[in-house]
Design a protein around this ligand. Sequence first.
Ligand SMILES: [Zn+2]
Length: 561
Amino acid sequence: MSHPHPELQKPPRLPKNGLRVVGLGGLGEIGRNMTVFEHHGKLLIVDCGVLFPEEHQPGIDVILPDFSWIRDRLDSVVGLVLTHGHEDHIGGVPYLLRERADIPVIGSRLTLALIREKLKEHRIVPKLHEVSEGDRKPYGPFDLEFLAVNHSIPDGLAVGIRTSAGTVLHTGDFKMDQFPLDRRITDLRGFARLGEEGVDLFLTDSTNAEVPGFTMSERDLAPAIEQVFRTAPRRIIVSSFASHVHRIQQVLDTSHAHGRKVAFVGRSMVRNMGVAQELGYLKVPKGLIVPLDQLEKLPAHKATLVCTGSQGEPMAALARMANRDHKIRVGEGDTILMASSAVPGNENAISGLINNLSRWGAQVVHKGNAKVHVSGHASAGELVYCYNIVKPRNVMPVHGEWRHLKANADLAIATGVPEDHVVIAEDGVVVDLVEGHAKIVGKVRAGNVYVDAQTVGGATEATLKDRRTLAEEGVVTVLAIVDADTGTLADPPDFLVRGFVHEPNAFDPAVQVIEKTLARAAAEGIGDPQQLEQLLSREIGRWAHRAFRRSPLIIPLVIDA
Ligand SMILES: [Zn+2]
């Protein structure tokens, strides 16, 4: 198995008949999936998603892949393939198209409808190329073939990429539900046909590689959903991902069967379900869906709400209901059906949400107490099947944290792929396929790009460090009026303290520290207020650490007397 070396350097020139593969996101993390292929001077991008921030990244809206490696070569991009419509695959597209708007965006009907709506909000009119399973179409030196895959959103595609350096098969996100609601199963016959022809590099979804066996069918949830509708005395409030058309279809059908009307709540839910219904992916019995104000006039046992917020997102409908910050008041007798699982990192938020909802007297049905969720990703059993069907020459696991990539690599090796033909790469690692062998050859920049209050890249790691310091250690502002000529304080300094020790006299000893620092600076001829502020920040910081074992953010303001 080939691992990226920590001291990897800039990659060498790509050999004339080689294919270069660089994951700019999604390798070593769950989210912001983006893979770039380079061949004969042209680039093909597969997916461009976002990653959602964790608790240690306060104030960040989303995290984008770093485009700097391709920024100077955007004119060479022949297309952007979107495998499906999830945010971690399409969320970064507006930011990429801001840099070059006319990149052909290639995807299935539903995926393109979702990205078109998203781009409208960013006032971008994209160049969309609709494709469906079975289509084969060249883009520059890349001959693309699209294959149906089943996932937790309809209309997913895997992509076969034929080049003169070899053939790649990229699964996107997928599972192998044999009884999906739309009867559109993962095209294993297509996988086998490509395998027969020869797949030189196989990129596979690693999300569930650690999970043994097979992922259950979406239809297996029907009994638990039915149970909720049969027993709920009053309102039913269902939370789900706003893109999980088939999960919501099951809720609609069951609601209909039990004589309940349904209202959608939450902007993305209303928008996506509108798109899905219009295109025929969501089948809605006549008169079933009503506006929220109309639903509120019905008796409680006739009402179902379908809303966003299954991940505990604080601004989404469900969390606002739980915090009594929404016109829907959750109360005694309501049943909440959380038809989803936790995305890693959201467990605490979801647990808090369940507690809040329970406090108001609601019955909460979730993955932990009923069979109300199945994963959208292939488990180890399905992955092994795929390796045996495709018989790839080289394997590169994608979409996963290190543990998932490693587990997926081990599965490939177990099916007989030679160890030195299995590549584990993290974001930015450059993999070249040359003469049938995929190898790590270098590394390019692939850091986090933060979107913060609508600005891209404005917040940096340093900003986040300041925010964490503010949150954990507090802040001390020191106002010092200084006579620059003598290096003495013209007045006693003022200390403004937030989130730190509030003892009135706690800072008395710091006055001495300030006086000493100013005297030393004057002796060395340092009188510039900015330089003095830097010195004071360091010295007061050291003193605070000695005195309190804490490191608050120190902001000195030096004013010339
Ligand atoms: Zn997905």
